[in-house]
Design a protein around this ligand. Sequence first.
Ligand code: 5GP
Ligand code: MN
Length: 326
Amino acid sequence: MVSESVPLIELLKETEGSLLILTHENPDGDALGSAMALYLFLRKKGKNVTIGCKDRVPHFLDFIPHCSEVVSLPDGKFYDLGIIVDSAGFYRAGADVKVGKRIRIDHHVGGEFYGMYDYIDPRAPATASLVYELIKCWDASSIDEEIATCIYAGLATDTGFFRYSNTTEYTFEVAKELVKYGASPHYVYRMFSERESVNKMKLISKVLDTLTLYEDGLVAGITIYDRFFKETGTDYADSEGLVNYPRSLEGVEVAFALIEKPDEGVWKVSLRSKVEADVSKIAERLGGGGHKYASGCKIKAKSYEDALETLLKEIKKQIELQKIGV
Ligand code: 5GP
Ligand code: MN
């Protein structure tokens, strides 16, 4: 993995112009952790670097060091070089950004390619581990507690705190090195998992009421209507992770969350699976992407019923193709 980051390192070393590090909309721990680690490192290297995102930093990530420095996109500025992290392409920024050269650092299967400077490895447990390899290869001595915390946060959250299938010996090796550099597993866990609001609990309660099983219990879904956010004083960012409830049911192989986004006129879909089902195929057929066990897309539909029907049809197709439950 180390050598694959060399062309990008060489390019960044030579770059004297402006740099924009950006994440996908509605950033998760891996997106923001990776982007912030790279931003803090490049700043240490004296680069003219900005970190940007379409959405504001959600409460569950506001412990990420320096997160108040994230610029709201689009900011109307031009940057010589743009690096998008943890995203299948610049379209995932959800904002119109003006950059000269485009580069991607990511661990998703497929997606857009911008050329030889892209640093993409679907074997990586998280984008954060790719950023770690890049920084380590360039100058390990500059990894401080803040940078280690950002990378650790990305690695921990994308592996479900070292429980998902992307948790390997390598994952623990990286985690161990990050702890040596000053990251605190307990601190990151507490910040990420033990700061929920009462309002969020009220949202969870409403959402669990929508839980429905399909395909003889192989599929489970929840619906998050926009009015739920209004009724409980929460917002879209509070929907993060709720899809894990249907996935946690015994016998369920494919879980989904349908989240209403009236501002965009779409239903955002989060898909999860357990062992066999490849939900990235379902998301891809609906214009999205992701990983085998976690993927997402957006469905434009006239009604909730239409969106649900479209989604269930593709889930059923995948279950039949893979002969799941047979
Ligand atoms: P989540 O369900 O947590 O939003 O996303 C799960 C995975 O699917 C993440 O790796 C995320 O990047 C990817 N993903 C979610 N939504 C989309 C989308 O609209 N397009 C693509 N290409 N990937 C998505
Ligand atoms: Mn990721």
